[in-house]
Design a protein around this ligand. Sequence first.
Ligand SMILES: *[C@@H]1O[C@H](CO)[C@@H](O)[C@H](O)[C@H]1NC(C)=O
Ligand SMILES: *[C@@H]1O[C@H](CO)[C@@H](O)[C@H](O)[C@H]1NC(C)=O
Ligand SMILES: *[C@@H]1O[C@H](CO)[C@@H](O)[C@H](O)[C@H]1NC(C)=O
Ligand SMILES: *[C@@H]1O[C@H](CO)[C@@H](O)[C@H](O)[C@H]1NC(C)=O
Ligand SMILES: *[C@@H]1O[C@H](CO)[C@@H](O)[C@H](O)[C@H]1NC(C)=O
Ligand SMILES: *[C@@H]1O[C@H](CO)[C@@H](O)[C@H](O)[C@H]1NC(C)=O
Ligand SMILES: *[C@@H]1O[C@H](CO)[C@@H](O)[C@H](O)[C@H]1NC(C)=O
Ligand SMILES: *[C@@H]1O[C@H](CO)[C@@H](O)[C@H](O)[C@H]1NC(C)=O
Ligand SMILES: *[C@@H]1O[C@H](CO)[C@@H](O)[C@H](O)[C@H]1NC(C)=O
Ligand SMILES: *[C@@H]1O[C@H](CO)[C@@H](O)[C@H](O)[C@H]1NC(C)=O
Ligand SMILES: *[C@@H]1O[C@H](CO)[C@@H](O)[C@H](O)[C@H]1NC(C)=O
Length: 686
Amino acid sequence: MASFLFSLIAVALSVTSVVAAPVKRSPFAFLQNTRSDSAIFQLGNITYLANIKYPKATLNAGRGPRNDVSDVPVTVLYTNASVVTKDILESKIASYLETDDVFSENFLAGLLLSSTAPGKASVDASATSYIQGLGIEHVVYSSAFSKVGGHGAPSAAYIDIGDSTNLPPGPYLASFSGGSIALSTVYRLYEDTYRDFLYGSYDLNDGNGTHAYLDYSFPSFGYPAIPIPSRLYSLTDTRAMAGDRVAIKDLYDIKGLKTTGGSRAWEYITSPASANAPSIQRIVDQGGVLVGKFKLAQFASGANPWDWQDEHYPFNPRGDGWLTCSASSSGGGCSIAAYDWLDFAIGSDTGSSMRRPAAVSGTYGQRPSQGLMSLEGVMPLGGATDTAGVFCRDPVKWSRFSKAWYTPSLFQPPNITGLSALDVPDNQGYPKTILYPTDYLPLNNSAAQVILQRFISNLTTVFGMTVKEFNFTATVQAAPDPAVNNLTYLSNGPLGVINSYTQWEAVGKPLISAWKSLFNGAFPPIDSARRPGWRRYNETANTAAAYTAAQAAKKLAVDWYEENLQYSTAESCSESLMLFDIGTGGFPSYRELNLNGFPNTSFLATTPKGAAISVANICPIYGCADYVVPIGEVPYFSNVTFITEMVPVTIDMVVKRGCDFVLLNMIERLAKLGVLKTVKTGKTAF
Ligand SMILES: *[C@@H]1O[C@H](CO)[C@@H](O)[C@H](O)[C@H]1NC(C)=O
Ligand SMILES: *[C@@H]1O[C@H](CO)[C@@H](O)[C@H](O)[C@H]1NC(C)=O
Ligand SMILES: *[C@@H]1O[C@H](CO)[C@@H](O)[C@H](O)[C@H]1NC(C)=O
Ligand SMILES: *[C@@H]1O[C@H](CO)[C@@H](O)[C@H](O)[C@H]1NC(C)=O
Ligand SMILES: *[C@@H]1O[C@H](CO)[C@@H](O)[C@H](O)[C@H]1NC(C)=O
Ligand SMILES: *[C@@H]1O[C@H](CO)[C@@H](O)[C@H](O)[C@H]1NC(C)=O
Ligand SMILES: *[C@@H]1O[C@H](CO)[C@@H](O)[C@H](O)[C@H]1NC(C)=O
Ligand SMILES: *[C@@H]1O[C@H](CO)[C@@H](O)[C@H](O)[C@H]1NC(C)=O
Ligand SMILES: *[C@@H]1O[C@H](CO)[C@@H](O)[C@H](O)[C@H]1NC(C)=O
Ligand SMILES: *[C@@H]1O[C@H](CO)[C@@H](O)[C@H](O)[C@H]1NC(C)=O
Ligand SMILES: *[C@@H]1O[C@H](CO)[C@@H](O)[C@H](O)[C@H]1NC(C)=O
């Protein structure tokens, strides 16, 4: 790095010479190297990963005392003060500890101190004696300082730390050698005790954007370790997703990792992705951190918990811990409900795969408008029905992330959706009507219905909306055009073709043919959700022409819907907001087959009597935006723990295609008024 004139003073301080009681820090304890040559170590009882192969920064020092030493847990600390005092250091360290779950005082074996104050700064005697008192063994002052009181040589040229983009503040593992300092990013390793992840992963920092999976797990059940970087690394980063910790459904390509789709057979024949999917790259570009791949129902199917073979079904932290995570983005909703150290999880929804997992985990999660996010580099299910969504606990953060993520350059073109180009206004043109479908509501649990009624009354007061009860099924069936009035046909016909053709061509057919030639004509071992359908797949019925015809049939239905059911007016992007429940209606749905089927339990994917289709199919047919929000929780008597537990109550807020941002603005307003709340992790959401 010839552009920098570095020099270093590493002041070795003797702990014994100070008056204050020596600080007890847990020392560095090496555990093992990973296959990507990162180091796993412990400080006390906490396990960390340090990317020692590709350090975040290497600072070259010119002159000054040197001692070669490696594996020093250090803290990079920036202040804007021109005179650094004890009080400033103390409050800075306190604020670092409060902001972050990765940093700890164990990283104060070394200190790199820099000031962003204009002109030269100084460190006064109170600060240097404080540093001595902390027993910090390796102290490096940046060239921002001209004067260091008490000890050290103020005339020395200090090291140029650059700015915080080069080297963000926070904890690092440092190696001092030959006058240079290599600073490696550290990650705290959290245990995935709910088994919601396939594995943790991290950015290798190899200059090519490659990610590596972390080959480390915790006893006794082999819980994967998930590497979580310090929040301090993004303290001065102003990008929309700076420092957001994001888990990814293993359907999306991340450079360097295999996209398995939850199938060991597919994993066997596939290669690591050569690039991030554009939707994932968008997150990286906005400063988000990818922390690992979460579990999904194989090939994004709707498989029930008891039908998973290749993966152990993930656990839901809510209630008795024995509830379903639904499918297919199962590990996404459940990990967001489980872990405070995780901020977002990216999933997908073709038939319900974001919305049901959000409902059963009591988190926020959406099926956005058809076409709102590119699905290039994502294992497909139905090209014209697949959508990408995000889970979160906090409605405001959910909105902020969604708006930054769904960017026009990543909208899908009409030749993918089969629909008109998207127009996504971001304004306060709120709906005037609440559509209440009597064929899908009320909620089955009367205690949950009380919560829904309160929410509806809040909506009417906050937005001045009026409630209109209607029968969804009868309304569609009353349309004169036979091309749009048969829900059974729309659901089984066009949607049936769309939801099988794309995946068959891109995944099923190549997998079956590769397996056949590799293993003596054998059919690949896959979960039962796909086996019969792929075994008997009818290519004569499901042609490219049939797919195009299905897209056209879907477009007719969407056009009808946007004229007759959810339409725009001069004042509203979507004149109505429709409410329904894609979840359990406030009853438990267990991960164990035999616990369901009793009164006051629920199998999820049910169609109420009198309705033609499952409520989940409405937006896959009509392209609408379907956002699941948690509104409360109700008690149930658990047949697993045999005590009373709580199950989340959620509701779907549905608007016309393209009105996502207006709906998000409503959600933010409801959050500010306390109608919608941030949910907690763990057994109870509220
Ligand atoms: C780890 O050590 C800290 C401090 O000694 C203690 O407070 C904490 O409970 C320990 N945590 C675990 C998981 O053992
Ligand atoms: C210095 O930082 C503090 C706290 O971060 C902030 O309140 C203050 O405005 C900053 N001062 C300058 C001159 O940037
Ligand atoms: C980065 O990619 C380039 C070109 O693909 C390759 O030549 C280089 O070796 C890669 N670097 C690393 C560190 O993998
Ligand atoms: C859609 O159109 C774009 C050009 O706008 C083209 O690059 C792409 O290949 C087309 N995709 C399909 C599925 O036809
Ligand atoms: C089912 O739940 C309802 C409340 O929705 C309650 O009144 C009823 O007693 C429950 N039935 C059984 C069999 O637990
Ligand atoms: C929401 O409804 C509850 C119960 O009716 C009421 O106490 C609360 O004030 C309402 N909130 C708003 C913002 O209207
Ligand atoms: C609706 O479509 C289904 C299957 O596509 C068909 O069996 C049924 O007869 C149709 N119903 C009416 C009322 O046309
Ligand atoms: C496959 O579909 C074609 C066209 O719909 C139909 O004629 C044929 O009978 C089907 N084959 C099987 C095995 O069902
Ligand atoms: C609600 O109850 C009805 C009648 O028991 C049932 O048919 C339906 O599937 C239930 N809905 C859910 C989501 O469990
Ligand atoms: C809604 O309409 C359908 C079709 O006419 C009918 O079968 C069903 O019973 C109605 N449901 C309700 C709750 O009125
Ligand atoms: C619990 O299971 C028993 C059968 O083992 C069943 O009779 C009972 O209805 C179940 N209770 C609940 C609350 O699910």
